[in-house]
Design a binder for this molecule. Structure first.
Ligand code: G1P
Length: 298
């Protein structure tokens, strides 16, 4: 156990085109869409930092400069806020720039999630690392990635986050086949990317949090395009699971799929309700709105 390396680095694939949110994402990265007033990717970066991750490695693509600017200082804005004495806003803006050490690398072609992770190989080096798909926004008492890191620290195994989903939704996910289970912790026998419901080995869907061992990189290099013609992380994990231990953890917390419009709206409503400054007024408005809808007056 003392030999085990700490999970210090987090990889954030962020090169996707965001076609589901056009036209909003025509000139703006989908990772910068706000839930209330914070970009989606910042929630995941904060989750990483809260879990002891020091290095944020973002895999970007063309048209993603706004992400780099967001995690950098904005001298003009900071100067103006300072001159105006808007200390609270100034503090907030500075805090974002000071959140973490952030490095960027480019995924030059949209060849899939597995390929995006492979692009971070040199930045990660020979150590375990976390992967965050920022579209999956997870809120809860203990950060989801911390729950995975805890299992990694005990076992040294590769760990993936999973959640039970209705059978008719499994084809949107990677799905695990389980060898044995201990409560919410499952030993993985196999994984399948986006199976048809009748072919799915379980209802345990992979959600966008992983703790990976560096042995995944040579496997990713050899992984052929799979579902959607893309190099799939799930396929590399499937190969890894043949010889190595892979564990699936049913994390505790609420997950929102902000990558689709309904999930995005649900996250917006829930997080707005949870806000001290907005929650009470928003709840009052929502109650009225709901009773109008219930009365058939929408
Ligand atoms: C990706 C992964 C999939 C995983 C999902 C979680 O799919 O390929 O295995 O279940 O994220 O959100 P995508 O949502 O990019 O199609």
């Amino acid at each position: 156990m003392s030999e085990r390396k700490r999970v210090r680095k987090g990889v954030f694939p962020a090169a996707g085109l965001g076609t589901r949110f056009l036209p909003a994402t025509k000139a703006m990265p989908k990772e910068m869409l706000p839930i209330v007033d914070k970009p989606v990717i910042q929630y995941a970066v904060e989750e990483a930092i809260a879990s002891g991750i020091d290095d944020i490695l973002i895999v970007t693509g063309r048209g993603k400069h706004a992400i780099e600017d967001h995690f950098d200082h904005s001298f003009e804005l900071e100067t103006i806020l300072g001159e105006r004495g808007q200390e609270r806003l100034l503090e907030m803006v500075r805090q974002v720039a000071g959140l973490a050490r952030v490095a960027y690398t480019r995924q030059k072609k949209a060849l899939g999630l597995g390929h995006a992770v492979l692009c971070a190989r040199d930045l990660v080096g020979d150590e375990p690392f976390a992967v965050f798909l920022a579209d999956d926004l997870i809120v809860g008492e203990v950060p989801a990635i911390q729950q995975l890191i805890d299992v990694y620290n005990e076992t040294g195994a590769t760990v993936v986050a999973v959640q039970r989903v209705p059978r008719d939704q499994v084809s949107a996910y990677g799905v695990v086949a389980v060898k044995s289970s201990d409560g919410r912790v499952h030993e993985v026998e196999d994984l399948v990317e986006k199976p048809k419901p009748e072919k799915a080995p379980s209802d345990l869907a992979v959600i966008g949090r992983y703790v990976l061992v560096p042995e995944i990189f040579p496997i990713l290099e050899e992984t052929a395009p799979g579902a959607k013609g893309e190099i799939q992380l799930t396929d590399a994990l499937r190969q890894l699971a043949r010889n190595d231990r892979v564990i699936a953890v049913e994390f505790e917390g609420t997950r929102f799929d902000t990558g689709n419009k309904l999930g995005f709206l649900e996250a917006t409503v829930e997080l707005a309700l949870a806000r001290e400054d907005l929650g009470p007024d928003f709840a009052a408005w929502l109650r009225e709105r709901c009773s109008a809808i219930a009365g058939g007056r929408n």
